[in-house]
Design a protein around this ligand. Structure first.
Ligand code: HEC
Length: 277
């Protein structure tokens, strides 16, 4: 699809997924039924596979890649990290408990701190509490550790909560939602334009994936990156695509966005790490 067409189509689209303030549960119902109607041939669980739920040829290539997953060595590195003691003799398990199947517990709202806690944030807080340096958030060691934790959590169903009795939690959710629908950058496009209005269309040579399923498969090994990257690396890349200035990984903006988007994906199943083009 040419850029110009994208703009005209955006202008002429009436969105079923509204900005109406009916609350998270009703937002989620609308969000999910919108994609079910838009892609009646895609079974619910398949959305977790991104563009590969939509295109047969790309799916075949991807399945071949997944037979010898490029992220496999990183899962092992991550496992070694999980088990290795810090300089003070403690390990991650002292912060998180013995089970590495942690993915499903994040992101969550911390009502004392009044903020969204993501898994990478919790990892760095654990490190710092034990006198270790925090890891960089977009790639490298943190992605390896997340690969292991996600692998151990495969099959967990997304079921995050927005506590109804906490106005600040709702406000964080609303900020994430606003971010999702706000136009930005020189191209003046919102997340929802590319991933809700036009998934299944081509943007230059890229087939656009639906936002239902966007949270399941992280971290992702992208052939284009030649390495693993985190969800917030992707957020940042998508902001750059519209020539907007990206926000810092694990800053409030992206954590609130993750909170909103994960809530929209409640009912989907975590299947990370995964491979992408
Ligand atoms: C100009 C179009 C465009 C906009 C706007 C855009 N993206 Fe993307 N996004 C892409 C393309 C192209 C890809 C790679 C192909 C795909 O999976 O859709 C992608 C991929 C993604 C993926 C990875 C999906 C997967 O299965 O690997 C996520 C998550 C994502 N975008 C989130 C966002 C969020 C959140 C926003 C808003 C901050 C956003 N995108 C804005 C074009 C866009």
């Amino acid at each position: 699809m040419k850029k110009i067409q994208l703009f005209t189509m955006v202008l002429s689209t009436v969105l079923l997924m509204g900005l109406a303030n009916a609350g998270p549960e009703s937002d989620k119902e609308k969000f999910q039924s919108y994609f079910a109607k838009k892609f009646p041939d895609v079974p619910y669980a398949e959305f977790a596979n991104g563009v590969y739920a939509l295109d047969k040829d790309q799916r075949a290539n991807w399945q071949a890649i997944e037979e010898f997953p490029p992220y496999e060595p990183m899962i092992e590195t991550g496992e070694a990290m999980w088990n290795a003691p810090f300089a003070n003799g403690k390990t991650y398990a002292d912060c998180f408990g013995k089970s590495a199947a942690l993915r499903g517990k994040y992101p969550h709202w911390d009502s004392t701190r009044k903020e969204v806690i993501t898994l990478p944030l919790a990892i760095n807080e654990c490190r710092e509490a034990n006198g270790e340096k925090p890891l960089k958030y977009k790639k490298g060691a943190i992605a390896d550790l997340l690969a292991y934790l996600s692998y151990e959590s495969r099959g967990q169903v997304i079921d995050i909560k927005i506590p109804a009795d906490d106005q600040d939690a709702l406000a964080a959710y609303e900020q994430g939602k606003h971010f999702y629908y706000a136009r930005r950058g020189q191209l003046n496009l919102a997340c929802y334009h590319c991933h809700a209005a036009y998934p299944g269309s081509l943007l230059r040579s890229d087939l656009l994936s639906p936002a239902l399923g966007h949270l399941t498969g992280w971290p992702v090994y992208r052939s284009k990156w030649g390495e693993l990257g985190t969800l917030h690396r992707r957020f940042s890349g998508c902001n750059k695509q519209v020539r907007a200035k990206p926000f810092p990984a694990q800053g409030k903006e992206y954590r609130n966005l993750e909170y909103f988007l994960t809530y929209m994906n409640n009912g989907q199943t975590f299947n990370g790490p995964s491979a992408r083009k």
